[in-house]
Structures are given as structure tokens and as C-alpha cells.
Design a protein around this ligand. Sequence first.
Ligand code: NAD
Length: 499
Amino acid sequence: MTTIEHWINGSPAPGTSGRYAPVWNPATGQKRARVWLAGASDVDAAVSAASAAFASWQETSLSQRTRIMFAFRELLVRHEDELAEIVSAEHGKVVDDARGEIVRGREVVEYACGIAEALKGGHSDQVSRGVDVHTLRQPLGVCAGITPFNFPVMVPLWMHPIAIAVGNTFVLKPSERDPSASALIARLYAEAGLPDGVFNVVHGDKEAVDAVLDHPGIAAVSFVGSTPIARYVHERATAAGKRVQALGGAKNHAVVLPDADPEFAAAHLTAAAFGSTGERCMAVSVAVAVGDAADALATVLERKARDIRVGPGNVPASDMGPLVTRAALDRIEAAVGAAAAQGATVVVDGRGLKVDGHEEGFFTGPSVLDHVTPEMDAYREELFGPVLAIVRAASLDEAIALVNANPYGNGTAIFTADGGAAHRFQREVRVGMIGVNVPVPVPMSYYSFGGWKDSLIGDSPIHGPEGVRFYTRPKVVTTRWPHAHGSASPAAFSFPTAG
Ligand code: NAD
């Protein structure tokens, strides 16, 4: 069986912990590899390599760093098929969907190719007689990323291209459930000319994460995953004096007003709820049907959910692949049962689905629940699977109140033809990313990604301008040119003011 190794100082590196985790193919239910689980000494080896590399990488010219990013971007294009196959084989998502995450991740590399523009400082001439002020932003040192299973390429790419382009070195701890994509990314960076030690990968579980959070050689931690772990990472790493950004879970509501076209809204909600088997932090998991919209919407959603073709991710006819693990499958099917027991109407029941030739795969079908209320577990919990709950609201006011009462605030959408209603919605909802007739409003790479409330712990969204800010520290330099203007201003014992 293949063993997936760490990547330290420009080469694959076996672990030293003696601990491994199985890596599954969710479509077959079979183990496809095992991955090393790092201990503190493996993390320390990666941080040592990254620290050593930082000394020269931060001195490398902006032009040279940018050239490497351009080369890396080209390699991502050339290896898109291979990466998509790897993602599909370990995560389960359909290959076209995997391609989508690779393209969206690559867009962050494209942003990093233009990092020179984002790093430009300011300059103020003659703030006092013969005195100028200018600003610069400098890298932090060794930065670390801890990432979830659901976007094994895109989410790490939200972090390391920007961190590296601005002059940091990086240690990535990807999800242990689908680690192979990160191994290929590390090889592509090396091929692009990135010096050894600038990008490192350590695989692992809590033990590796704790070693990252506590390591005195790491200046900043970027985390994306579930809210309880985001909170834990934020608390522990800030206590250790690190800068931290920690993105958490979600329960995304799409509000459908009576003036929306039910076919259009239902088609988009179906794709947003069941794409990637519902394992997206921006998946729509709650449809809020306002007033008269409800019955027509429920009817079309039922029809569209029944049309979804469930199968292995590498079969082009599949719309939806399996869940990531057997535990996830058991949890989702139990949640559908609990919803029924708590009074929801199971309009489409995905439980017990078997795919021919893949009977051991972690498949469930799409489930649609109607008449869900905020007290039910299916509403309160982030299920992270192919379950769409329909909640009925009497008015736009009630819908907005529902969105705002939810502890999560990652994404939300409104479907309507009424510009005034859309404008009110975008101003009044307490959510970070909003779509108007767009169900999955993931910002482009030149904006920043981040939710509100329990979907983002701390205060720093990820990538785009916020990413540049997070991975750099500002400096302000005040310069006097005493001889250039004939007379130097005299030294003063009083606090200096501009003359
Ligand atoms: P997770 O929180 O279980 O794992 C995320 C990372 O934390 C992994 O690298 C994992 O190894 C590590 N980890 C897990 N348990 C840990 C523990 N007890 N102590 C320390 N580290 C631990 O998340 P997941 O299941 O891999 O991913 C799904 C979750 O991620 C969902 O909640 C989803 O909403 C969220 N997510 C959020 C965003 C966002 O941008 N807000 C994006 C993608 C995924």
C-alpha cells in the first residue's frame, strides 16, 4: 500500500512518529493509501527548514518571487487533470467539480502573480521641512496553514501563494483524509523553482495541529475547518503569541421571495445544496420560502432532487459523488431519520441508496426536508451533507430575522426580481458573503473570503487584500534630508511636530 510522506526542505520525508491514518476511496469504500501522522519532531523539522529558508527568501527580489508564481500557475494548468483525479479519488466529488476548485484556487495564484501591485507602499513628500515619510510591508516569517478535507486544493491555495509571494515561508498541515493533492502541489512548487524549505507539508491529526499551534518558530496560523476547532485553534495559537485567522462552519440560508421564478430558484438551490454532496462551506442547506413561494418551490425542488444522478466521481454521468467517510454517511442518514422523528416532512429520502458495482461506497442520495422549524436538529446543526431543509417564513422581515438569529454567518442568498428587497436584504443580514440570485457567492480572489459570527473566529478574512494584510506587517519610515535644503532643523527637547 502507498504511504504518503511529508514534504520537508524540498523532498519527500518519511515520518518519525510510527503513526498512520488510512486514506479511503469513498466511491469504493476501500483503503487506497496510508498517510503519516506527524508528531512534534516532524513539525519541528518542517519549521526548522522553513526558518532557514526564510532568511534568503525574504531577501529574494519581488521580480524573482513573482516569476516563480507565474511558473507555478502554468504548472497548475498543466497538471489540472491529474490534480482533479486525485481530489475525486480521495474526497469523492465529481471530477468536474474538482476542476472547479482547482480553477478557483489557481485564481489566488494569479492574484499572487500581481503581488507587486498589492505590496506598494505610500510616500508623503515634505511632511516637514526636508522630511519625508514612506511605508512598507514586510513578511512575518514562518506561517502555517491547517486545512479541511472538503477543498484539498482550493483552501490551501487561499493561503500559501499569498504568504509565499509576500516573502514568508510556509508549513501546510492539510486534512489527513485527502492528503495526496498537497504532495503534488509541493512537487509543482519545486518544479517552478521555489527554493527548498519555502513550502513544506506535514500530514497529521490533532497531535500535529497542537505542535503547530505551540511552536515558537511559527509567526502566524491560518485555519479553515469546523467552528469548534476554529475556536480552539484561535485560542491556543493566540495564547502562544501568534497572529491567527480561523474560518469556521456554516449554515447557509437562501431566501426565495414569491416574485422569484421557481424553476430558476430551484435549479440553483439544487446545485448549491447537492453539488459536492453538500460538503461545501458555502453549500445552501436551508431554503427559506417566503409566503406563497413555498408550495411551488417545494414541488420543483422535489423533482430536481429526484433527477440527480448519484455515482462515482470519476464517472462523467455522475452529478453527485459519495460522502467522504462511512462515519459521515452514518451521521447524515441518522440526521434525516431524526428530522422525520422531530416532525419534518421527508419529501425526498436519500437514505439507503446503493450504487451498482460500488455497494461498499459511502453513498447516500439527496434528501429534501419540508416544514423544518428552527428548533429541529436538522436546522440547528451543520450537517455537511446532501440535505436541504425548507423553512417557511411569512414575510421578508421574518426571513431576515431567521438569517440573523442563526449563529453562523458565512454565506446567504436571496432570489427575487425586486431590487428594493435585494438591497434591503444585503444591508440588513449579518452575514459575510451575500448572493443576489447567486446561490454560492464565493468572492473572486481579488476580494477576500470570510463569514461573520461563528463562521469566522477572530477578525481576518482570507486571501485578496486581507490576505496580504494578514501575512505582512506594516512599517512607517520617517526620513530627514538635513543637507539637501541648506539648513537642518534644530534638535528639540519638546515632542517633535511638523514644522
Ligand atoms: P475539521 O474542523 O474536522 O478539520 C479541519 C482541520 O483541523 C484538519 O486539518 C484536521 O486535521 C484538524 N483537526 C480536526 N480535529 C482536530 C482537533 N480536535 N484538534 C486539532 N485539530 C483538529 O473540518 P473538516 O471536517 O475537515 O471540514 C469541514 C468543516 O470545515 C465544515 O465545518 C465546513 O463548514 C468547514 N469549512 C469552512 C470553510 C470556510 O471558509 N469558512 C471552508 C471549508 C470548510
